[in-house]
Ligand binder design. Structure first.
Ligand code: SF4
Length: 224
Protein backbone atom coordinates (compact mmCIF):
# COMPACT_ATOMS: atom_id res chain seq x y z
CA UNK A 1 0.00 0.00 0.00
CA UNK A 2 1.49 3.34 -1.00
CA UNK A 3 1.54 6.54 0.97
CA UNK A 4 -0.73 8.02 -1.71
CA UNK A 5 -3.29 5.25 -1.24
CA UNK A 6 -3.42 5.80 2.53
CA UNK A 7 -3.90 9.53 2.13
CA UNK A 8 -6.39 9.27 -0.72
CA UNK A 9 -8.71 6.98 1.23
CA UNK A 10 -8.63 9.40 4.15
CA UNK A 11 -9.28 12.43 1.94
CA UNK A 12 -12.21 10.79 0.18
CA UNK A 13 -13.80 9.58 3.42
CA UNK A 14 -13.32 12.90 5.18
CA UNK A 15 -14.78 14.71 2.18
CA UNK A 16 -17.80 12.40 2.19
CA UNK A 17 -18.46 12.05 5.91
CA UNK A 18 -16.76 15.02 7.59
CA UNK A 19 -15.47 14.97 11.18
CA UNK A 20 -16.74 12.10 13.35
CA UNK A 21 -16.02 13.66 16.77
CA UNK A 22 -14.62 10.50 18.35
CA UNK A 23 -14.35 8.84 20.83
CA UNK A 24 -18.06 8.86 21.75
CA UNK A 25 -17.56 9.19 25.54
CA UNK A 26 -17.52 11.91 28.16
CA UNK A 27 -14.64 10.84 30.44
CA UNK A 28 -11.30 9.11 29.98
CA UNK A 29 -12.36 6.16 32.11
CA UNK A 30 -15.50 5.81 30.03
CA UNK A 31 -13.28 5.49 26.94
CA UNK A 32 -11.28 2.75 28.67
CA UNK A 33 -14.38 0.86 29.74
CA UNK A 34 -15.84 1.25 26.26
CA UNK A 35 -12.63 -0.07 24.68
CA UNK A 36 -13.07 -3.32 26.61
CA UNK A 37 -16.84 -3.55 26.22
CA UNK A 38 -16.68 -3.05 22.43
CA UNK A 39 -14.67 -6.23 21.92
CA UNK A 40 -16.70 -8.44 19.57
CA UNK A 41 -19.84 -6.36 19.66
CA UNK A 42 -21.47 -3.36 18.01
CA UNK A 43 -21.14 0.05 19.61
CA UNK A 44 -24.90 0.41 20.17
CA UNK A 45 -24.67 -2.52 22.60
CA UNK A 46 -21.75 -0.88 24.38
CA UNK A 47 -23.78 2.31 24.79
CA UNK A 48 -26.49 0.37 26.62
CA UNK A 49 -23.92 -1.23 28.93
CA UNK A 50 -22.27 2.13 29.62
CA UNK A 51 -25.66 3.69 30.35
CA UNK A 52 -26.35 0.92 32.88
CA UNK A 53 -23.01 1.59 34.58
CA UNK A 54 -23.59 5.34 34.55
CA UNK A 55 -26.99 4.87 36.15
CA UNK A 56 -25.37 3.36 39.25
CA UNK A 57 -22.39 5.72 39.29
CA UNK A 58 -19.95 2.96 38.27
CA UNK A 59 -18.20 4.76 35.43
CA UNK A 60 -15.41 5.67 37.76
CA UNK A 61 -12.57 3.28 38.64
CA UNK A 62 -13.08 2.84 42.40
CA UNK A 63 -16.85 2.64 42.04
CA UNK A 64 -16.61 0.02 39.32
CA UNK A 65 -14.28 -2.11 41.46
CA UNK A 66 -16.69 -1.76 44.39
CA UNK A 67 -19.50 -3.39 42.39
CA UNK A 68 -19.98 -7.07 43.05
CA UNK A 69 -18.85 -8.98 39.94
CA UNK A 70 -22.34 -10.45 39.57
CA UNK A 71 -23.86 -6.97 39.64
CA UNK A 72 -21.27 -5.70 37.21
CA UNK A 73 -22.08 -8.59 34.88
CA UNK A 74 -25.76 -7.71 35.02
CA UNK A 75 -25.00 -4.08 34.12
CA UNK A 76 -22.83 -4.90 31.15
CA UNK A 77 -24.92 -7.80 29.87
CA UNK A 78 -26.05 -5.84 26.73
CA UNK A 79 -22.43 -5.80 25.50
CA UNK A 80 -22.30 -9.61 25.33
CA UNK A 81 -19.62 -12.00 26.65
CA UNK A 82 -20.38 -10.31 29.94
CA UNK A 83 -18.67 -12.78 32.26
CA UNK A 84 -15.41 -12.50 30.32
CA UNK A 85 -15.78 -8.74 30.10
CA UNK A 86 -16.33 -8.43 33.86
CA UNK A 87 -12.93 -10.03 34.40
CA UNK A 88 -11.31 -7.90 31.71
CA UNK A 89 -12.82 -4.67 33.00
CA UNK A 90 -11.76 -5.46 36.54
CA UNK A 91 -8.25 -6.45 35.41
CA UNK A 92 -7.80 -3.18 33.55
CA UNK A 93 -9.30 -1.09 36.34
CA UNK A 94 -7.21 -2.78 39.03
CA UNK A 95 -4.03 -2.11 37.05
CA UNK A 96 -5.11 1.47 36.51
CA UNK A 97 -5.72 2.02 40.21
CA UNK A 98 -2.42 0.33 41.09
CA UNK A 99 -0.62 2.86 38.92
CA UNK A 100 -2.38 5.96 40.24
CA UNK A 101 -5.55 6.12 38.16
CA UNK A 102 -6.06 7.72 34.75
CA UNK A 103 -3.57 10.49 35.53
CA UNK A 104 -0.96 8.00 36.71
CA UNK A 105 -0.42 6.71 33.18
CA UNK A 106 -0.30 10.12 31.53
CA UNK A 107 3.45 10.59 32.03
CA UNK A 108 4.37 7.12 30.76
CA UNK A 109 6.03 6.78 27.37
CA UNK A 110 3.89 5.29 24.62
CA UNK A 111 6.03 2.14 24.44
CA UNK A 112 6.00 1.60 28.21
CA UNK A 113 2.27 2.17 28.48
CA UNK A 114 1.51 -0.14 25.55
CA UNK A 115 3.63 -2.83 27.21
CA UNK A 116 1.82 -2.30 30.51
CA UNK A 117 -1.59 -2.47 28.85
CA UNK A 118 -0.73 -5.58 26.83
CA UNK A 119 0.40 -7.25 30.05
CA UNK A 120 -3.14 -6.99 31.45
CA UNK A 121 -5.09 -10.16 30.77
CA UNK A 122 -7.85 -9.42 28.29
CA UNK A 123 -6.27 -6.29 26.80
CA UNK A 124 -5.18 -6.94 23.23
CA UNK A 125 -3.52 -4.74 20.65
CA UNK A 126 -6.68 -2.98 19.50
CA UNK A 127 -7.88 -2.25 23.03
CA UNK A 128 -4.43 -1.03 24.10
CA UNK A 129 -4.06 1.23 21.08
CA UNK A 130 -7.59 2.60 21.49
CA UNK A 131 -6.65 3.65 25.03
CA UNK A 132 -3.32 5.09 23.87
CA UNK A 133 -4.98 7.13 21.13
CA UNK A 134 -8.30 8.16 22.61
CA UNK A 135 -7.33 8.60 26.28
CA UNK A 136 -3.66 9.49 26.13
CA UNK A 137 -3.63 11.18 22.71
CA UNK A 138 -0.67 9.22 21.40
CA UNK A 139 -0.20 9.02 17.61
CA UNK A 140 -0.87 5.31 17.22
CA UNK A 141 -3.08 3.85 14.53
CA UNK A 142 -5.90 1.64 15.80
CA UNK A 143 -6.43 -1.40 13.59
CA UNK A 144 -9.76 -3.16 13.82
CA UNK A 145 -11.73 -5.67 11.78
CA UNK A 146 -13.20 -2.86 9.66
CA UNK A 147 -9.73 -1.63 8.75
CA UNK A 148 -8.67 -5.07 7.64
CA UNK A 149 -11.84 -5.76 5.67
CA UNK A 150 -11.91 -2.42 3.89
CA UNK A 151 -8.26 -2.42 2.87
CA UNK A 152 -8.34 -6.08 1.85
CA UNK A 153 -11.31 -5.35 -0.42
CA UNK A 154 -9.48 -2.32 -1.76
CA UNK A 155 -6.67 -4.81 -2.43
CA UNK A 156 -4.27 -2.60 -0.50
CA UNK A 157 -3.66 -5.25 2.19
CA UNK A 158 -3.13 -8.96 1.59
CA UNK A 159 -5.13 -9.89 4.64
CA UNK A 160 -2.55 -11.98 6.45
CA UNK A 161 -0.54 -9.12 7.97
CA UNK A 162 -0.09 -8.95 11.73
CA UNK A 163 -1.68 -6.18 13.75
CA UNK A 164 1.62 -4.32 14.07
CA UNK A 165 2.37 -4.66 10.36
CA UNK A 166 -0.94 -3.06 9.44
CA UNK A 167 -0.51 -0.30 12.02
CA UNK A 168 3.01 0.37 10.74
CA UNK A 169 1.74 0.90 7.20
CA UNK A 170 -0.51 3.73 8.37
CA UNK A 171 1.93 5.15 10.90
CA UNK A 172 4.67 5.39 8.27
CA UNK A 173 2.40 6.83 5.60
CA UNK A 174 0.91 9.56 7.78
CA UNK A 175 2.41 12.30 9.93
CA UNK A 176 2.42 11.47 13.66
CA UNK A 177 -0.72 13.50 14.18
CA UNK A 178 -3.07 12.32 16.91
CA UNK A 179 -6.06 14.20 15.51
CA UNK A 180 -5.51 12.62 12.10
CA UNK A 181 -5.26 9.10 13.52
CA UNK A 182 -8.33 9.72 15.65
CA UNK A 183 -10.31 10.86 12.62
CA UNK A 184 -9.06 8.17 10.26
CA UNK A 185 -10.05 5.31 12.54
CA UNK A 186 -13.45 6.86 13.18
CA UNK A 187 -14.05 7.29 9.44
CA UNK A 188 -13.15 3.65 8.79
CA UNK A 189 -15.59 2.55 11.48
CA UNK A 190 -18.28 4.62 9.79
CA UNK A 191 -17.48 3.16 6.37
CA UNK A 192 -17.31 -0.37 7.74
CA UNK A 193 -20.58 -0.13 9.62
CA UNK A 194 -22.53 1.67 6.89
CA UNK A 195 -21.11 0.29 3.64
CA UNK A 196 -18.29 -2.21 3.88
CA UNK A 197 -20.30 -4.75 5.81
CA UNK A 198 -19.83 -8.50 5.46
CA UNK A 199 -22.23 -8.10 2.54
CA UNK A 200 -20.99 -4.79 1.11
CA UNK A 201 -23.24 -1.94 0.02
CA UNK A 202 -20.87 -0.64 -2.63
CA UNK A 203 -23.34 1.66 -4.37
CA UNK A 204 -23.32 3.82 -1.20
CA UNK A 205 -19.55 3.73 -0.72
CA UNK A 206 -17.45 6.90 -1.10
CA UNK A 207 -14.34 4.92 -2.12
CA UNK A 208 -16.14 2.66 -4.59
CA UNK A 209 -14.37 4.23 -7.57
CA UNK A 210 -10.97 3.08 -6.29
CA UNK A 211 -12.14 -0.34 -5.08
CA UNK A 212 -11.78 -3.47 -7.25
CA UNK A 213 -14.46 -5.21 -5.17
CA UNK A 214 -16.82 -2.30 -5.63
CA UNK A 215 -16.18 -2.10 -9.36
CA UNK A 216 -16.79 -5.82 -9.71
CA UNK A 217 -20.09 -5.40 -7.87
CA UNK A 218 -21.10 -2.52 -10.12
CA UNK A 219 -20.16 -4.50 -13.22
CA UNK A 220 -21.90 -7.65 -12.09
CA UNK A 221 -25.03 -8.08 -10.10
CA UNK A 222 -26.28 -4.85 -8.62
CA UNK A 223 -26.35 -4.58 -4.89
CA UNK A 224 -29.52 -5.97 -3.43
S1 SF4 B 1 -16.64 -0.37 -2.68
FE1 SF4 B 1 -17.66 -1.99 -1.52
S2 SF4 B 1 -16.09 -3.49 -1.00
FE2 SF4 B 1 -15.06 -1.58 -1.64
S3 SF4 B 1 -14.66 -0.48 0.27
FE3 SF4 B 1 -16.62 0.25 -0.51
S4 SF4 B 1 -18.22 -1.05 0.43
FE4 SF4 B 1 -16.21 -2.05 0.72
Amino acid sequence: MSVADVRTVFDVLYGAYGPQHWWPATTDFEVMAGAVLTQNTAWRNVERALANLRAVGALEPAALMALEPAHLAERIRPAGYYNIKVTRLRNLTAALLDDGGVEGWRSWSTAALRQRLLGIKGVGEETADSILLYVYHRPVFVVDAYTRRIFARLELLRGDETYRQVAAVFEHALPADTALFNEYHALLVRLGSECCRPRPRCSLCPVCVMCPTGRAQAGGSAER
